[in-house]
Design a protein around this ligand. Structure first.
Ligand SMILES: *Cc1c(COP(=O)(O)O)cnc(C)c1O
Length: 501
């Protein structure tokens, strides 16, 4: 299996090269030459397997230049009971009126967000990839985060030999707990820096640094090379396919669905990575009827999937689901690549996007998108109401991102009448990461404005346990107070990774 740039199909590289490199030099993203298929027999076999074994099977179809042992080593190190108490991908069934909703809880890992599902395995895939391409350079992982990726990447890469990691986050764009998680990060090879700007500023800055020849040369001189842990890295995307397939297997095992029965999948979406992974699972042969793309008030994707016009020239909202506060959804490029089969076309649209902030896809692509996706959005008020409703009616406590997906799924049911298709809803973060908004939504109030008072109150009111990684933050000291403007990111990067000599 080879991987191609979305903007130039002429360049083909191995999976190891794609993972080590992160992004293509032409600014495009690596996509598989073709999406491998899972047979009915494979799906049946996988029912009997553990999560780790399912992960091995799925990754082996994509990482054809890795040995079975190498893949096994990576996934066994990642998905341990210690890191994911109770299992990495847990299903909670909710029955409301006639709908069958299954919340796929992907946040039982070390940082309490679904990003752990990929970022616990990526460092292993990356260090193996570097060995395979015979580089002895230190891999410098540069990350732009809207909140959860940063911490999950720091935790995944801390003290991994042969790597350094630097995370940029929007100064006022993350929750207090998310910020605290990052600035208290332990490890000798880590650094964290705030940006005076929003997530798109951080992401654009990081992308510019990656493809800047001058920067790359400075790193090379210091025995380093850039790599990426953002969802533009193939090594982030592939592990996310696993849990959709695994959830389907679990529903079969538990007799909730029949053999080959169709399900819907609803995903709270920001950078389009998680939902793209679900699309890849569908392409592999998983019987998915509709992919329901849920956005918050930053509804650029809702508009795009409804009209075919992508337009980032709009107000940017800071919401209570900050990990979805994004106007440039990078992974959409991969989707367009699959749908058009044209590097030229994608390159032109991406050029238009960067020059004018907008592009319009043709009717053919629009038709395909309509068949695959249903899109909707939900503002903060509705999000809080949804958290409240789920808690009151189902005794289920969810975070704001997950609530957006549940609300949009309900909109889908009421608009289409499709209540009968069982639906897997990606639950992407622990409610304790967003204790403030969640507490408000369920009508609780804390004695003081202290973040930990809110967490304690949430636990007391709901009788749910505080996840250990959040509880542990209390006693950790702040290690990072860096902050810079977007135009200072180049020099800041060189300084913080020690390549400014
Ligand atoms: C990152 C994130 C999302 C959005 O996922 P994308 O892959 O960027 O679409 C949704 N919810 C939470 C909690 C996240 O951390």
């Amino acid at each position: 299996m080879q991987y191609l740039s979305t903007r130039d199909f002429g360049k083909k590289v191995s999976a190891a090269q794609a993972i080590a490199q992160g992004i293509c030099q032409d600014g495009g993203l690596f996509v598989p030459q073709e999406i491998p298929k899972l047979s009915s027999h494979d799906l049946e076999q996988m029912q009997k397997c553990s999560y780790v074994e399912r992960a091995q099977k799925v990754l082996s179809l994509f990482l054809t230049d890795f040995s079975e042992k190498e893949i096994a080593d990576c996934v066994q190190a990642a998905y341990t009971e210690k890191k994911f108490p109770g299992g990495p991908a847990q299903l909670s069934a909710l029955q409301e009126q006639d709908c069958s909703m299954y919340l796929l809880e992907l946040w039982h890992g070390p940082t309490c967000a679904f990003k752990d599902m990929a970022l616990q395995v990526l460092p292993h895939l990356l260090t193996k990839s570097c060995q395979k391409i015979h580089t002895d350079k230190t891999a410098v992982i540069l990350v732009a985060t809207s909140g959860d990726t940063g911490k999950a990447a720091l935790e995944g890469f801390k003290d991994v030999p042969g790597t350094k990691i630097l995370v940029f986050y929007p100064q006022n764009g993350v929750s207090p707990m998310q910020k605290r998680q990052m600035v208290t990060q332990e490890g000798e090879n880590v650094a964290v820096c705030a940006i005076e700007g929003n997530f798109d500023d951080a992401q654009t800055g990081v992308k510019k640094i990656f493809i800047n020849t001058d920067m790359c040369q400075k790193l090379a001189k210091n025995g380093m090379m850039f790599s990426s842990a953002n969802s533009i890295n193939l090594g982030r995307l592939l592990p996310q396919i696993i849990y959709y397939i695994s959830a389907y297997c679990d529903l079969m095992v538990n007799g909730k669905i029949q053999d080959r029965q169709e399900v819907n999948v609803a995903v709270p979406t920001g950078n389009f990575g998680n939902i793209l992974a679900a699309y890849y699972a569908k392409q592999m042969g998983l019987p998915i009827k509709k992919l329901i793309c849920a956005s918050n008030a930053n509804n650029v994707l809702t508009e795009f999937l409804r009209t075919g016009c992508y337009n980032r020239n709009r107000a940017f909202y800071t919401t209570i689901s900050p990990s979805m506060d994004i106007l440039i959804s990078s992974n959409l490029e991969r989707m367009l690549s699959t749908l058009t089969g044209s590097d030229e076309q994608v390159k032109n649209w991406m050029q238009e996007l960067s020059q004018t902030g907008t592009y319009q896809v043709n009717d053919d692509v629009m038709q395909k998108l309509k068949n695959i996706f249903w899109a909707g959005f939900c503002d903060d008020q509705k999000t809080k109401e949804e958290i409240h409703t789920l808690y009151q009616e189902e005794n289920y406590l969810c975070d704001p991102h997950t609530a957006v997906a549940v609300n949009v799924y309900k909109q889908y049911v009421s608009k289409t009448g499709d209540a009968s298709t069982p639906t897997i809803i990606a639950s992407t973060a622990s409610p304790y990461k967003f204790a403030d908004s969640v507490l408000q939504a369920i009508g609780g109030s804390a004695a003081s404005d202290d973040d930990f008072a809110k967490i304690q109150e949430l636990a007391t009111v709901t009788g749910t346990p505080i996840p250990q990684p959040i509880q542990a933050l209390r006693s950790k000291t702040v290690r990072f107070a860096n902050c810079c403007r977007p135009d200072e990111m180049f020099s800041k990067t060189l300084k913080l990774i020690g390549a400014d000599s």
